[in-house]
Ligand binder design. Structure first.
Ligand code: GLN
Length: 191
């Protein structure tokens, strides 16, 4: 199994470290040929407007869309979650639209830089210590969206078919369960 971490901007090596700890090889990917060869793709956090522009400038939109349509699992954290959604409130910016979810950017208030929450996650038997950095939330999920965790501000962890999104950054903590969840999605894709 080979997982690619989109390496245009943001927390790339942190995701690679977590995947290594789960026992999976990962590669930074920047080119269409590289995205063709992976079995799963992580879109890290960063700044979603900038990352969207880079995706367009590097002409990666087509190949990512094609791999999505083939069923390849994609996991977006924070800015990655924003880019995978189909609606972004108040911002006209690039997005893939792979998950039917409305995004509110910087949903915890512009002054609130970061926040840590012990999150109850569907399917996890103990809370997940989640780190949020200028994080978005999701609202108004489509009927095929499975909500995996929610806070009063909105949805922070969700899945629709082969797309997984989190508003928080599991790659900055020590808990491997979110990355394991994604690796299980990739295992099922390869079966
Ligand atoms: N606030 C950023 C955005 O809206 C996301 C922050 C992050 O990825 N940590 O794009």
């Amino acid at each position: 199994m080979k997982i690619g971490v989109l390496a245009l901007q943001g927390a790339v090596s942190e995701h690679m470290d977590m995947l290594k700890r789960v026992g999976v090889e990962s590669y930074p990917v920047r080119k269409a040929e590289e995205i063709e060869k992976v079995d799963g793709l992580v879109m890290p956090g960063g700044e979603s407007t900038t990352m969207g522009r880079l995706i367009q400038a590097f002409q990666l939109e087509g190949v990512i869309k094609k791999r999505f349509e083939e069923g390849m699992p994609i996991y977006g954290t924070c800015a990655g979650m924003i880019l995978l959604s189909n609606r972004i409130e108040g911002f006209d910016q690039f997005k893939f639209g792979f998950i039917d979810l409305k995004i509110i950017r910087n949903a915890f208030g512009r002054q609130v830089d970061s926040k840590e929450i012990d999150l109850n996650v569907k399917g996890f038997d103990t809370p997940f210590h989640a780190i949020f950095i200028r994080a978005p939330v999701g609202k108004d999920p489509g009927k095929n969206v499975e909500v995996l965790a929610e806070v009063p501000e909105g949805i922070v962890f969700a899945r629709e078919k082969n797309v997984l999104v989190s508003a928080f950054h599991p790659e900055l903590g020590n808990d491997l369960r979110v990355h394991s969840y994604f690796v299980d999605m990739v295992k099922k894709f390869l079966k």
